[in-house]
Design a protein around this ligand. Structure first.
Ligand SMILES: Nc1ncnc2c1ncn2[C@@H]1O[C@H](COP(=O)(O)OP(=O)(O)O)[C@@H](O)[C@H]1O
Ligand SMILES: [Mg+2]
Length: 139
């Protein structure tokens, strides 16, 4: 289920595969509307999709927010916030390594997302959940 709260802020509840593709598509469109070049908007879309998919696989349910973001110096960017109350990540350093997976996946979702964005913060507590906040600046 997805609800658009503001033109420049998208909020998605993630609990099925359609939510993953909807958030990806709408996030891509927001990036394009903000003036991101196609290649950078695609990177943002990939990150949204990977984080939403992680929510679905590991936490079953959670939220993804995509919004315009202003840096302290006034520069514009797009911010992706993925949040869940799932199992958390016990070995966070390993989870950020290329190829490391607990699900037989590619193990590139988190490490790739970190590379594709300009800012990438992850906070995870075992038994409590995971929050990823990432920003890409408009060039
Ligand atoms: N939201 C999450 N909740 C719990 N564990 C997660 C979450 N996201 C990622 N992980 C853990 O981090 C690992 C690496 O994630 P990722 O890089 O996306 O690779 P993959 O999903 O292909 O395994 C996962 O295998 C999983 O153990
Ligand atoms: Mg993944």
């Amino acid at each position: 289920m997805a609800a658009q709260t503001r033109k420049d802020q998208l909020h998605f509840t993630i609990d099925n595969v359609a939510d993953v593709s909807n958030s990806r598509r709408a996030g891509m469109q927001l990036a394009l509307d903000m003036g991101f070049q196609h290649a950078d908007a695609t990177k943002v879309a990939v990150v949204i999709s990977e984080l939403a998919r992680n929510i679905l696989i590991y936490a079953k349910t959670g939220t993804v927010i995509v919004m315009e973001h202003r840096g302290l110096d006034g520069k514009r960017g797009i911010k992706v916030i993925a949040d869940d109350n799932g199992p958390g990540i016990a070995q966070l350093d390993k989870a950020l390594t290329d190829g490391w997976t607990t699900s037989g996946g590619l193990g590139l979702g988190l490490s790739g997302s970190k590379r594709l964005m300009d800012e990438f913060f992850i906070h995870s507590e075992v038994g409590r959940g995971t929050n990823v906040t990432a920003v890409k600046w408009l060039k």
